[in-house]
Design a protein around this ligand. Structure first.
Ligand code: FES
Length: 69
């Protein structure tokens, strides 16, 4: 699904950037150009950073729990 129409950036592109270390809209703007033209995608991109990071942390937490238990 396209998140940024101006730059043709998809949710998969953003998730990949987060997995490679992006932690904020600023990082996504620097690495991909998200929200660098009209800015209409900024809220959706920020939400995606939050949700994808939380999901990654939850996956990591469960993995650690099972490894330590
Ligand atoms: S939709 Fe992303 S900058 Fe316009």
């Amino acid at each position: 699904m396209y998140i940024c129409l101006c730059k043709g950036i998809t949710d998969a592109d953003i998730k990949q950037s987060i997995d490679k270390g992006s932690t904020s809209l600023r990082d996504l703007r620097e690495h991909l150009g998200v929200a660098s033209v009209c800015g209409a995608c900024a809220c959706a991109a920020k939400d995606l950073v939050k949700v994808h990071t939380e999901n990654a942390n939850n996956d990591l937490g469960e993995g650690l729990f099972y490894r330590l238990a």
